[in-house]
Design a protein around this ligand. Structure first.
Ligand code: RNT
Ligand code: ZN
Length: 419
């Protein structure tokens, strides 16, 4: 037995002493597919080749070499990232990643065939696809408004775009045999204090209702709506706030998207899950990490990530949640950024799956909060890493920092050669 195997054997016994079956936890984690966001690979640039700068109050900073410049490069980079992440996972695409061979296709005219390369690749590699209409980096979003714009023509363009995207989502879902979650996030908002907070929200409700008017089989496409507190340049007012979409999702039976970077700095989505699951069937997560004014740092294994995972497991919500990642860091190797965030999300889930909930609940239910705290704090000393390493080993992916080796090799051979 080598060191890692020995460590796992000992860890297994330590967990078993608390009634925790590590093999069952590993088998459970195996069932969880995460949706990896394509946009980390090219700094949210997209493939439309219209030369539009990133807009919508989101921004990437950094100029680390190796940004993917076309679909083939992006897919090659994604392949490497997936090879470092245990299990098979989904891909989350934006409409701006259409491949139209140099022809500029208006976004309201996008069709499934503009994504055929993605569909072929996804089918070949076994990735389910999730999708997003792109309401930014576009001249018709230059006012800072899209679905809630005062101009009916602008609203109509974006309504048609979102309708087209639901059809594309459904086509992916049908082809791949797994429903696409199509997520609507719009940047609409104001830098300074508005006079009228109501009218744009009334317009947004109407636009969304028009988008969702046609029923689509949930076996092919599921609709989600994503709120935000503020963005760069929309500091004073965001039309699609939390209350707005919470009400919309509940009243219309849509999925609610909770992005962990979209709330006040001390406000956490882990505390929202048990409330929202009482009122919506399913939730889409955008796992991210807010740092001061930025909502999109690479996901680290921090307290909030662990808390989110705990809530999903303890509340038995894993079959009602779609876990997507959403961040973009252009200051480090982008493949590492993907792998680190994905692996961390899996680690947090595994930690939660290894918790002896019965034991922990018994202290709480007895009102013994001293023992509850004592137990939870000493539980941190458990040999979690040995169980995680076992998961990596059985999936044939690198253990620990060995993950960096193939990334460094690829950086030297491929990424450093990109202009
Ligand atoms: C922006 C939202 C949104 C985007 C992606 C690119 O704040 O989080 O989800 O990050 O759609
Ligand atoms: Zn998001």
């Amino acid at each position: 037995m080598d060191t890692l195997e020995k460590a796992y054997a000992v860890a297994k016994e330590q967990y078993a002493a608390y009634g925790v079956d590590t093999e069952a936890a590993l088998a459970w984690l195996d069932k969880i597919q995460l949706s990896m966001h394509c946009w980390q690979g090219d700094d949210v640039a997209g493939l439309e080749s219209t030369g539009e700068a990133l807009s919508g109050g989101i921004a990437t900073t950094g100029n680390y070499p190796g940004q993917a410049r076309n679909g083939d490069e992006l897919r090659a980079d994604l392949d490497l990232a997936y090879s470092l992440i245990p299990g098979t996972h989904r891909i989350n695409l934006h409409a701006s990643y259409a491949e139209t061979d140099g022809v500029v296709v208006p976004r309201n005219e996008l069709r499934p065939e503009h994504f055929s390369r993605w569909a072929d690749w996804a089918k070949d590699k076994g990735h389910g696809v999730d999708f997003n209409p792109t309401f930014f980096s576009h001249p018709l979003a230059a006012s800072g408004f899209t679905l809630s714009d005062v101009d009916a023509g602008i609203r109509q363009y974006w309504i048609e775009h979102a309708i087209a995207c639901r059809e594309i989502g459904a086509a992916f879902g049908k082809t791949l045999g797994t429903p696409t979650v199509t997520n609507v996030w719009i940047p609409d908002g104001m830098k300074d204090v508005p006079v009228d907070r109501l009218a744009p929200r009334e317009r947004l409700v109407k636009s969304l209702d028009a988008i969702f008017e046609k029923e689509i089989d949930p076996a092919y496409n599921l609709d989600a709506v994503e709120c935000k507190l503020f963005g760069l340049g929309s500091e004073s007012y965001v039309v699609g706030s939390h209350e707005f979409y919470m009400g919309y999702a509940v009243s219309r039976g849509k999925l609610l998207t909770l992005d962990s970077g979209h709330f006040h700095p001390t406000e956490v989505i882990s505390d929202k899950l048990s409330s929202m699951f009482l009122y919506v069937d399913e939730i889409l997560l955008h796992v991210s990490r807010g740092v001061r004014w930025d909502s999109d740092h690479v996901v680290t294994l921090n307290d909030e990530l662990k808390a989110i995972a705990h809530e999903l497991v303890a509340g038995n919500f894993l079959d009602r949640v779609h876990i997507g990642l959403d961040y973009f860091d252009a200051s480090i190797n982008r493949i590492a950024a993907w792998s680190i965030g994905m692996r961390n999300t899996q680690k947090a889930l595994l930690m939660a799956m290894l918790e002896p909930l019965e034991v922990m609940r018994s202290f709480e239910n007895a009102g013994d909060y001293t023992k509850r705290l004592g137990f939870m704090e000493t539980w941190n000393e458990m040999p979690f890493g040995a169980v995680w390493n076992q998961f990596c080993l059985t999936h044939g992916v690198p253990v620990g920092f060995d993950m960096m080796k193939p990334i460094s090799d690829y950086e030297e051979k491929v990424l450093s050669k990109r202009g």
